[in-house]
Design a protein around this ligand. Structure first.
Ligand code: BF8
Ligand code: SF4
Length: 634
């Protein structure tokens, strides 16, 4: 495969030339080695759910049933439900950890603080808790208790975090379909039960259970994690930084945080700052910390830490020979990091009991001893710096300025500078008068089956040129940042005239001296909840349902099960959700037809839309926004 086919990122290309010259294998080589990938797996018609299997369905004839009699529809729907439950469990487990931290803060057991008391009170109020005359730690304990109930309880009532935040119209819709979740643990357990041998064979019933998982993901995963993280670490505000491998510094100790849960990365950032002098004593100019994947987004939003790269660049960061230590928690971490680090330099440190890699150094990170462990990890990085061979350091020059940190609170804050009484009005007016055609959230991963970042970037360029406001999270936000689209210059040079005029007016009113970027970086993948919050607020303001807004979602290069669970939540919210490639469902016309058309669209208002070509996808999304505008009489 030529380098041009592998990535559009120039820094990544430079590193790929290096790994090729050195004979170091990367994710692209391993994809090639996997060819041809199994057709049964791709179509989703392989079942390994019992020991009578594995069973494979012949898509062109016989056998049309597995040993137990399950047909392609059943097998595909079961596999999909398990994948979505996998993604959901990752987000819920993440959320659980931060709730546990809040609970321990309330009990005075750990050295983390509550940074946003205002948000704590707002959330407590929404949950129906009395906030007057309560001290902050008491209230934090009560909020944690409510959050725990959304994970586990012994009633059959609707999950509290959903009941408190979902619009009534949605709750009614989901109620009629019987998909309102009770609590996260029960629903995830039930999905495993429902899909085990000899339980559910009805593909539509299995799809409804998948929708339920999407709701667990959206409310007990994404929303709960974001809410509690904002309470503990602060609600993000716009911040300037730079991105791409050029943020690594040859003369500094380079520490990279990679993974998802900011409980670890925040402490690492803190200790990188505190141990500057030790690094200088070791001959470095200081300590430079950079991020990869979503924990990178978390510390970018709140600490201004520069993101080094996104999912597909993780091995290439090590190939610079300049990363002294990469510390990881969970999710999206390639086991291959060890081999690349062994060839170039750097130590990989794992930190979680559920996420170990042979060859990595393991420091069991706990909330109770977070400071000691973070200090130990940063000291290991300083030691590793001493062993670095400077002759083998090769850092690409690419680094691109970005603006990130657009929480809903930050967006409303900027809009309030135009209209303090009624902050949403300027945005809604701009949508109504057509200056802004609508909004698209681009989210999710890189997938090595695509040229890295290509679909994200080309799709978004088309959208903003056509006056579509884009909000972005996850590895999509990284891709757009590297391409210069998270910067005011892109408003001047790429955005259409209507969008440019609105973003310039808001930027000036907010005293920024420049326009807002045409793509608003809203955070990590769990922060997709921020997009949900914004849409709920907009729909409420307009007195319509979220499904009627001129908006859409897109995961241009999805790879992870989490992208599937997030996409399912978006569709359940009533949003058209574009994916650059379909999940493994094409072996069932019933399942793939339902997801991309009926009955999903008529039942929920949203559906999936599959298109690999970014220009065609942009066209499809723009047509969708126009049809929604028309239906609203705009
Ligand atoms: O949670 S976008 S590749 S890093 S799964 Fe993973 Fe996908 Fe990146 Fe973030 Ni999200
Ligand atoms: Fe085969 Fe049925 Fe067992 Fe699946 S559950 S492996 S289809 S016998």
């Amino acid at each position: 495969m030529s380098l041009d086919k592998k990535t559009i990122d120039r820094a990544a290309r430079q590193m790929l030339e290096r790994t090729r010259a050195d004979g170091v294998k990367t994710v692209w080589d391993r994809l090639e080695a996997q060819q041809p990938q199994c057709g049964f797996g791709l179509l989703g018609i392989c079942c390994r759910n019992c020991l009578q299997g594995p069973c494979r369905i012949n898509p062109f004839g016989e056998p049309s049933r597995g040993v137990c009699g399950a047909d392609a529809d059943t097998i595909v729907a079961r596999n999909l439900l398990r994948s979505v439950a996998g993604g959901t469990s990752a987000h819920v487990d993440h959320a659980y950890e931060v709730v546990e931290a809040l609970d321990k803060i309330a009990k005075g057991q750990i050295d983390y603080q509550i940074q946003d008391e205002h948000k704590l009170k707002a959330i407590a109020t929404k949950l129906g808790l009395e906030t007057d005359q309560k001290d902050i730690t008491t209230l934090a304990g009560e909020v944690a208790e409510k959050a725990f109930e959304s994970f586990t309880n012994h009633t059959s009532e609707t999950m509290g975090w959903l009941a408190a935040w979902a619009p009534q119209e949605r709750i009614d819709t989901w109620g009629k379909l019987g998909v309102l979740p009770r609590n996260a643990d029960r629903e995830i357990r039930e999905a495993m039960h429902q899909t085990t041998m000899g339980v559910d064979a009805d593909p539509i019933n299995l799809l409804l259970a998948t929708v339920k998982q999407g709701l667990v993901d959206g409310f007990a995963g994404l929303k709960l994690a974001t809410d509690i993280q904002d309470i503990i670490f602060g609600t993000p505000q716009p911040v300037k930084a730079e991105t791409n491998l050029g943020v690594l510094k040859a003369d500094h100790v380079n520490v990279v945080v990679h993974g998802h849960v900011p409980l670890l990365s925040e402490k690492i950032v803190e200790w990188c700052r505190r141990l500057e002098e030790e690094a200088k004593a070791a001959g470095a100019a200081g300590i430079n910390v950079a991020g990869i994947c979503c924990t990178g987004n978390e510390v970018l939003m709140r600490q201004g830490v520069p993101p080094a790269t996104n999912f597909l660049g993780q091995e290439l960061a090590l190939a610079t020979g300049a990363v002294d230590l990469m510390v990881v928690d969970a999710q999206c971490i390639m086991p291959s990091l060890i081999n690349v680090a062994q060839c170039y330099h750097g130590e990989i440190v794992t930190t979680m009991p559920i996420s170990k890699i042979p060859g990595a150094h393991h420091v069991p990170f706990t909330l109770e001893e977070a400071d000691q462990q973070a200090r130990e990890i940063v000291r290991r990085a300083i030691n590793s710096f001493k062993k670095r061979d400077m002759n083998r350091v090769q850092i690409p020059e690419e680094k691109v300025p970005i603006v990130a940190g657009f929480s809903v609170e930050a967006i409303i804050g900027a809009l309030a500078k135009i209209n303090a009484e009624d902050p949403l009005k300027p945005l809604v007016e701009s949508i109504k008068n057509g200056a802004i055609l609508g909004a698209v959230g681009t989210v999710g991963c890189n997938n090595v089956k695509f040229t890295q970042d290509l679909v994200h970037v080309e799709l978004v360029k088309q959208l903003i040129a056509n006056d579509v406001l884009v909000v972005a999270t996850g590895c999509s936000a990284h891709a757009l940042g590297k391409a210069g689209l998270l910067h005011p210059d892109a408003t001047k040079n790429v955005a259409g005239p209507g969008l440019r005029q609105v973003l310039t007016a808001v930027g000036e009113a907010a005293g920024l001296g420049e326009p807002l970027p045409p793509v608003l970086h809203m955070g990590s993948c769990v922060d997709n909840s921020r997009i949900g919050d914004l849409l709920i607020a907009l729909a409420d303001y307009l007195g319509v349902a979220v499904k009627d807004l001129p908006v859409a979602a897109s995961a241009p290069e999805p790879q992870h099960e989490k992208a599937l669970s997030i996409g399912t939540w978006a569709v359940a919210m009533g949003i058209l959700t574009h994916v650059g490639l379909p999940p493994h469902v094409l072996g069932s016309a019933t399942v793939s037809g339902a997801l991309t058309g009926q009955p999903v669209e008529s039942l929920l208002g949203g559906k999936f839309y599959v298109e690999a070509d970014p220009v065609k996808a942009a066209e499809g999304l723009i047509n969708h926004l126009k049809s929604k505008r028309k239906a609203l009489g705009l």
